[in-house]
Design a protein around this ligand. Sequence first.
Ligand code: PGA
Length: 252
Amino acid sequence: MKNRRKEIYAANWKMNLDSGDIRGFMERIVPYAGTVDAEVMIFPPAVYLSSVAEQAAGSPIGVGAQNMFWERNGAYTGEISALMIKDCGAGYVLCGHSERRHFFGESAEMVTRKAGAAQDEGLIPMICVGETLEEREQGETLEVLHKDIYCSLSDVKPDKRVIIAYEPVWAIGTGLTATPEDAETAIAYIRDQVRELWGDLADAIRILYGGSVKPGNIAELMACPNIDGALVGGASLHADSFIDIIQNGVNR
Ligand code: PGA
């Protein structure tokens, strides 16, 4: 089943790197991306979207924004729209990253509105879901994921290009990675939830794992049948470690 889904390795730079760092990174990743049988994506800070898209032009690298607002334009100081992201040459957008949900108060209703609006402009949303440590310790992981998926997909039109990232909040930036078994259980469950909503399309949807992915733990994660790639934060800030992750993932 998995071999019908092309793997994705995505770099989420969050609020890191400057134009000089980015130039150095792109000089390494652009020639590499064409040599590997996987999709490589970069989510830079919005102010660098155009520059990253220009540097990635002609390569198979996908470029996306880390966030957006659902309106096309208007008096929304500080926000950017799907229209603008597309105009910068990007094709993807992260929706509902846990840092957006927890630091900036984004609800699942806001996340699905954003993802639906992204689709309306022709962007592909990468929708992030995941439980907190407290929820995991209370044994609520699957219940949280059920609610998250149902709510986060409610405004999203069924489309096999939609991407989901399972990122347990307790594993993000903490050095703690979910065991491959825990990640596989959660991601298989997410796929079942998508199947309830979207039928057999669920088999084509790429579901990634995110949370302290490193060159040393990617192979065992990618060996799991339902894990279709990785969303990488800290270890994606240096081209060397991001390329090692991709390499170790595809060569597992
Ligand atoms: P991390 O972040 O790899 O630094 O844990 C992952 C993410 O938040 O996308």
